[in-house]
Design a protein. Structure first.
Length: 198
């Protein structure tokens, strides 16, 4: 039975070697995915992962495992803040969409009901959708990424971005409208088919 995140944090706080390494291994892919979809660049995302876990390492001794925020929500907030700091320091590059599509394709191919014909269509639809997401302003893109890539609830997004629940709903609503305009009528079903965006 795997050790819980809470236990790993407490072990790290007690000075047990290896506990932080286990946390890093457990969450590094999630942090990278969030960082990539915010920074839109694999190199920046990798650096954001390093910066995020340095921040986590510094803050973890004071982290309250019984506090109101789940560790995952707190970690996403640290990640988003790190990404925003990087974006303020440099101009946004174009997204590494081939990397995104390859990642999505691996997920589809790993599904037990995988059908190659459907995967090709799905791959193109996902590429089209995330290119449209790339056109959104950063505030709208962040809520879309946290909702549909990271699977956070509205409440968790509000905590991660330090905004109120109404703002989360408003930004998602506006993001959906903008995506609809960017995708056009011919691709209206793409947003519904991929990640539940509608």
């Amino acid at each position: 039975m795997p050790v819980s995140t809470q236990d790993l944090i407490q072990r790290h706080q007690r000075g047990q070697p290896g506990a932080f390494d286990a946390l890093f291994e457990r969450y590094k892919d999630y942090v990278y995915r969030v960082a990539f979809f915010i920074t839109r660049n694999s190199g920046d995302a990798e650096e954001a992962v390093q910066d995020t876990f340095i921040d986590v390492l510094r803050a973890l001794p004071r982290y309250d495992v019984d506090g109101p925020a789940r560790f995952e929500t707190w970690l996403y907030r640290v990640t988003v803040n790190r990404c925003r700091s990087r974006l303020r320091r440099k101009r946004l590059p174009s997204a590494d969409w081939d990397d995104v599509v390859d990642l999505i394709d691996r997920v589809v191919n790993g599904h037990p009901n995988h059908q190659p014909e459907g995967a090709t269509i799905s791959r193109e639809q996902k590429k089209t959708l995330w290119q449209a997401v790339d056109e959104l302003p950063e505030t709208h893109r962040a809520v879309v990424v946290l909702r549909y890539q990271s699977g956070l609830s509205y409440e968790e997004i509000a905590e991660a971005l330090e905004i109120n629940l109404g703002t989360v709903k408003s930004r998602l609503y506006n993001a959906h409208k903008k995506l609809g305009g960017l995708l056009g009528e011919s691709l209206a079903g793409v947003a519904v088919a991929v990640g539940g965006v509608q």
